[in-house]
Design a protein around this ligand. Structure first.
Ligand code: NAI
Length: 215
């Protein structure tokens, strides 16, 4: 199915649909109406229909959505029907935690290498993969069909390291360093800032408290 240009807002909602549909599929649910999905996910049924209409709808009048078909289609749209090899730069707390997270493989993301400039970390085992020195990075990226670099290094080094990685052929960054990467056109960057999420939580706590005080 050919899909039209999809807004980033819709793309941002697809992983959540994908997760819920995956759970329904695992529970043996074969079909679901937009109303039922709406109640489950706490989003309006019209939002769900609008989102799915971007890809031709997926549903049949009076039948609802075929869970497995929808799950597979959304997975395909998200590119999860392909495998992506990734490396981690920075084998500190965060880099090792991400390397140790097994579930990425389930989604087709293959942890292939981990690098650090600290000689004391070189050789350390992270889920069966040894931390390598930065000098090995170029050859490793060029020879191993690596798609994604995960940056878990301080912001002071992130720009220089990302520039090098682009030269070696990296096409996408999952960037945890707190800096925007000025990458050339065609290179994809997804910034992750856990603290942004925490600040949203903090805002909601304050708002809730204020509302209760006003009652
Ligand atoms: P950490 O200090 O445990 O690890 C950083 C690692 O990067 C160290 O092993 C260090 O040797 C290595 N490193 C530093 N410069 C390097 C370079 N030029 N090349 C290769 N390796 C280099 O720190 P942690 O807790 O793992 O955090 C890593 C970074 O991620 C920090 O800058 C932190 O601010 C950021 N961070 C971001 C989060 C987010 O939500 N975006 C959450 C937590 C941390």
């Amino acid at each position: 199915m050919e899909e039209k240009e999809i807004s980033q807002a819709v793309i941002g909602r697809l992983p959540r649909y994908f997760r819920y549909l995956g759970d329904l599929k695992d529970e043996g649910v074969e079909r679901i109406s937009s109303q039922e999905l709406s109640e489950l996910m706490k989003v309006t049924a019209s939002q769900i229909r609008q989102d799915f209409n971007n890809f031709g709808g997926f549903g049949q009048q009076g039948y609802g959505y075929n869970v497995e078909f929808l799950y597979n289609e959304i997975g395909r749209i998200l590119g999860l029907d392909q495998t992506h090899h990734f490396i981690i730069i920075g084998a500190g707390n965060l880099g090792q935690a991400l390397g140790n997270y097994l579930n990425f493989e389930r989604r087709g993301f293959i942890f292939s290498g981990i690098f650090d400039k600290n000689p004391e970390l070189v050789g350390k085992d992270v889920r069966g993969i040894k931390v390598q020195p930065m000098e090995n990075m170029e050859q490793f990226v060029r020879e191993n069909d690596i798609d994604i670099a995960v940056l878990t290094i301080p912001k002071a080094s992130a720009l220089e390291v990302s520039e090098r990685l682009v030269q070696y052929g990296i096409k996408a960054f999952w960037n945890f360093a707190h800096v925007d990467l000025p990458v050339p056109e065609g290179i994809q960057v997804e910034n992750v800032h856990l603290s942004d999420s925490l600040m949203k939580l903090s805002y909601n706590i304050s708002r809730y408290k204020k509302e209760r005080e006003e009652k």
